[in-house]
Design a protein around this ligand. Structure first.
Ligand code: ACO
Length: 427
């Protein structure tokens, strides 16, 4: 056991236990701090605070490591499937062949949404951002599935989790169809989870839709890369919302709202826009100079990460996937050449080397997604679709954690001290 941490406050010494996880930094257990000293800790952005214990995902940002239930993301992306990763995240172990088949079958039984849910879409303007639609419609699920909302019943929690994973592709495809004025397509459960999503998104009732196996594989891999990422902002939002015992569908809608922001799920859209702005490799030095200029707010989008101070392992897989998708679709995108050259130049520049700024998952994902045919406004929706399994797995873990309490951070108050009310006529 690691020695206790010592804190001296107002001349008094206090000892706090130091807890060790299975791997990663130790944490100082300060749960008794307020009771013993009357003081809080101050940590905006939670940069030094572990808000929970978790067995799901481990990240070592210095080494560029990402593990789900112990399995490296590179191995999962290469050898596994999104359905298998969903099972792994939810249940803790990789499934046997029978378990995987049963799980995939169960998910496919929940792909349809209540017919009345389609009415919700019609209430949105045609030019609504699909993330606005996702927030609204996923939140509305809480008004439909009353038989799976007893959060203390493990069976009901699992049904709610399956429903969310299964219905998210249907809702995401409907959001897209609504924006382009095409009819919604019902799910086809003879297809894979990802093939079904591609068909509901790009198919039309007038024609047979053939799922391109290379695109299906690439999309499935992109879903794997986004499945979970420990206590990021949207996951922490889901946990915080769920900590009050709130309806699970409403909690996931809260996660979608948080993910929408450009500092989180919206960065892939920004990275692609930046590549468009740069255009050709000749203009790269100009943009590198701008990124380094302290007086210019411009940053290389898709570069740098709060946790990774090394190559984001998901970016490695993304870069490889771009080549596979381009080969399968027989397309060439000069923006990919620009991206490769930009990465090469940045990684040999002292500024980026010293600050440990490497490409993150968003650097290449936009190039692939637009090659597949998604408009940029759908990029964050795809992230939300894939991250839903992480959100529900973390939510389930939180509810079964004996240490779980309603999330209630404290504050450092800097406002006025008590003063007497002055009637309006005397001000
Ligand atoms: N381009 C140029 N300089 C950068 C970049 C960048 N992309 N990222 C960080 N820096 C510099 C900062 O100017 C700062 O320099 P300074 O120390 O001289 O002031 C230093 O590197 C550290 O940057 P911070 O912003 O303090 O680091 P933080 O960990 O808070 O930010 C973040 C991480 C937000 C991801 C940042 O790197 C960034 O803005 N990147 C571009 C946006 C992006 O790609 N976001 C996607 C993240 S992945 C995801 O959410 C799925």
């Amino acid at each position: 056991m690691t020695e206790a941490a010592k804190l001296t406050l107002s001349g008094q010494d206090h000892d706090y236990p130091v807890l060790s996880g299975s791997v990663g930094p130790d944490v100082v257990d300060i749960r008794k701090l307020y009771g013993q000293t009357g003081a809080f800790t101050y940590d905006p952005g939670f940069t030094s605070t572990a808000s929970c214990q978790s067995k799901l995902t481990y990240i070592d940002g210095d080494e560029g490591v990402l593990l789900h239930r112990g399995y490296p993301i590179g191995e999962l992306a290469e050898q596994s499937s999104f359905m298998e990763v969903c099972y792994l995240l939810l249940n803790g172990e990789l499934p046997t062949a029978d378990e995987l088949e049963k799980f995939s079958w169960t998910i496919s039984r929940h792909t349809m949404v209540h017919e009345q849910l389609a009415q919700f879409f019609r209430g949105f303007r045609r030019d609504a951002h699909p993330m606005a639609i996702m927030c609204g419609v996923v939140g509305a699920l809480s008004a439909f599935y009353h038989d799976s909302t007893d959060i203390h019943d493990p069976q009901q929690r699992m049904i709610a989790s399956h429903r969310l994973i299964a219905k998210m592709p249907t809702i995401a495809a409907m959001a897209y169809k609504y924006s382009v004025g095409q009819p919604f397509l019902y799910p086809d459960n003879s297809l894979s989870y990802t093939g079904n999503f591609l068909r509901m998104t790009f198919g039309v009732p007038a024609e047979q839709y053939e799922v391109n196996p290379a695109v299906e594989k690439a999309m499935d891999r992109i879903f794997i890369l986004h499945a979970d990422h420990e206590q990021n902002a949207s996951t922490s939002t889901v946990r915080l919302a769920g900590s009050s015992g709130a309806n699970p569908f409403a909690c996931i809608a809260a996660g979608i709202a948080c993910l929408w922001g450009p500092a989180h799920g919206g960065a892939n859209e920004a990275a692609l826009n930046m590549l468009h702005e740069i255009g050709t490799p000749e203009r790269i030095p100009e943009f590198i100079a701008r990124a380094k200029d302290k007086n210019d707010p411009f940053r290389l989008m898709g570069f740098g990460h709060r946790v990774y101070k090394n190559y984001d392992p998901r970016a490695t897989v993304m870069q490889k996937t771009v080549r596979e998708v381009f080969a399968a679709l027989n397309v060439q995108d000069p923006l990919f050449e620009t991206a490769l050259r930009l990465e090469e130049i940045a990684l040999s520049d002292d500024y980026f080397v010293e600050k440990k700024l490497f490409p993150n998952v968003d650097f290449y994902s936009g190039v692939i997604l637009s090659a597949i045919g998604f408009p940029t406004s759908m990029f964050t929706v795809l992230f939300a679709l894939a991250r839903t399994v992480g959100w529900v797995a973390q939510w389930n873990e939180m509810i079964t954690d004996p240490d779980q309490k309603i999330g209630r951070p404290r504050q450092l108050y800097t406002g006025p001290t008590q003063r007497a009310y002055v009637p309006v006529g005397q001000r």
